[in-house]
Design a binder for this molecule. Structure first.
Ligand code: ADP
Length: 300
């Protein structure tokens, strides 16, 4: 009987002790259950116990902060995309309304309305295309062996007529590197950089691509070899305060100028995403009123 009573008492004690010990975990679980998309930015209160629960809460708060940042960026992206889509649609609508009010439109009016429709639908389809490209980047296979020199050569061939029109000379310096990745995506990244280098250049200017392997870049314990694909131009330059911002979606230094050239401000954001998917970086290395040098750096 005594043994029975001892077992019963110790079971009751164990129950209460474990209940007490699990109380902070239960509180944490209740707090976590209250989290919604609307209150992602509200961090959970960290208990001052400095034990596993407080460490778990700190890690959870860090995860919440990352999620909040990602959701905010997504929301901003959708709002900007909607705004970009609305602008050409509003132009089409206004022009069609004005046209509809004309009782006897002349041939010139028809020509003008067709030209406007062509321009705005072109802008809309370019935007839709680039938005689709951006959503597909993560799912593309990245296991091909690619010669960066051959890729640059193809980009130059495809942009030769654009460069000729703008009277910009395209120069490819000697140097190559074979890397592993997606040809399609890297082609797109280099294409966008070279296209910008032509677009934001002066007539009679130059665009040079230089491929070289860098010295080892050491980040704390590991050292990695990087290949630099540098696109230099003799164009208008990028003010220092915008050199990081140009890689964020829909950012343009001169909105009206870029829009007039058909830009949506997504070209470099796509480059940045492609390079990130290849564990690399893209950066403005130099820029002044004499031109810019933007480099893609990829691990070899
Ligand atoms: P866009 O479609 O407007 O060209 P991007 O994302 O390709 O969009 O570029 C963002 C902005 O960065 C451009 O609007 C332009 O102001 C600036 N930019 C990009 N490349 C260059 C360059 N080579 N020289 C000067 N400015 C540039």
């Amino acid at each position: 009987m005594v043994t029975g009573i001892i077992i019963l008492l110790s079971s009751i004690c164990t129950y209460f002790i474990s209940r007490q010990a699990l109380l902070p975990l239960r509180r944490l679980s209740q707090e976590v259950n209250k989290i919604e998309i609307q209150n992602l930015s509200d961090a959970l209160e960290v208990p001052a116990t400095n034990d596993e629960i407080s460490r778990l809460t700190i890690s959870f708060n860090k995860m919440l902060a990352r999620l909040d940042e990602a959701f905010t960026a997504q929301k901003q992206f959708s709002a900007n995309a909607a705004h970009e889509l609305r602008t050409p649609l509003a132009v089409i609508q206004t022009n069609l309304e004005v046209f509809a009010r004309r009782e006897t439109p002349a041939l010139k009016d028809y020509q003008e309305i067709f030209a406007m429709l062509q321009e705005q639908t072109g802008r809309l389809s370019h935007l839709a295309e680039i938005l689709l490209d951006m959503t597909g980047v993560q799912t593309v296979e990245r296991s091909e062996r690619i010669s960066l020199a051959a890729l640059t050569d193809e980009v130059f061939c495809d942009l030769a007529s654009v460069a000729e029109q703008k009277e910009v000379e395209l120069i490819q310096q000697e140097g190559d590197c074979i890397i592993t990745g997606s040809y399609l995506l890297l082609y797109r990244a280099v294409y966008n950089l070279v296209e910008n280098a032509i677009k934001y250049n002066h007539s009679g200017g130059k665009v040079t691509v230089n491929i070289h392997i860098s010295e080892e870049i050491t980040d704390t314990s590991t050292s990695v070899n990087y290949v630099f694909l540098e696109v230099s131009d003799t164009g208008i330059g990028i003010p220092p305060e915008y050199q990081e911002k140009i890689f964020t979606p829909f950012f343009r230094v001169d909105k009206s100028r870029s829009r007039a050239m058909g830009g949506a401000g997504l070209g470099l954001a796509l480059v940045s995403e492609i390079v990130r998917q290849h564990n690399g970086q893209v950066k403005v290395l130099e820029s002044s009123k004499k031109g810019s040098m933007i480099a893609i750096m990829l691990p070899v």
